[in-house]
Design a protein around this ligand. Structure first.
Ligand code: SIN
Length: 175
């Protein structure tokens, strides 16, 4: 595994960090991690909902054998001030091994995960319930529906047809 460069760290994005890049980076690579899958189980009080009416955004849950695709960014350490603030609603940093560019290089890095014990966690629900919840939610970063549609489009571009996200997209487009 490649050692991290001094002064910079790789960050793996699997949700809005794939398509909303509001931070400077030194390198950007299509990437994947093993043993996790995306789920719309995290509440959003500050981006796609409000404290009174939280939206739903993705977190990762352990899934042995699964591969989750995303984008890795090599960022200077100072960028974490911005990222920690952006992901402050229940996400914490977690160390992870990231495969860059279809497995050609493995690096150590971090991702943001919202675990089941955080204050904003909503947990699982049947897909039609998730879709209904998302369809009526919005917050300072825009509608919750747009979060799902942008993520689904970004995943298609990464060639990761994540069934959970694409099923939600289909339900939302049918409404
Ligand atoms: C991520 O994108 O990696 C974390 C979840 C999010 O901000 O949507």
């Amino acid at each position: 595994m490649t050692a991290p460069n001094e002064g910079s760290t790789w960050v793996f994005g699997y949700g809005s960090l794939i398509y909303k890049v509001d931070f400077p980076f030194l390198e950007r690579e299509v990437a994947a991690i093993a043993g996790w899958q995306r789920r719309f189980w995290q509440g959003s009080h500050d981006h796609r909902g409000t404290p009174e009416a939280p939206g739903r955004v993705v977190t990762l849950v352990p899934a042995p054998g699964a591969i989750c695709k995303g984008v890795a960014y090599r960022v200077e350490h100072a960028v974490f001030e911005h990222l920690d603030h952006r992901e402050k609603n229940g996400y914490e940093r977690h160390a992870v091994t990231i495969s860059l560019s279809a497995g050609s290089r493995r690096v150590g890095g971090i991702l943001y995960v919202a675990r089941a014990d955080n204050h904003a966690y909503l947990g699982p629900a049947p897909l039609p319930e998730l879709a209904a919840h998302i369809a009526r939610s919005a917050g300072p970063s825009g509608s919750n529906r747009d979060y799902v549609l942008a993520l689904a489009q970004a995943l298609r571009e990464l060639d990761d047809p994540d069934p959970h996200v694409l099923a939600l997209e289909a339900l939302l487009l049918r409404r």
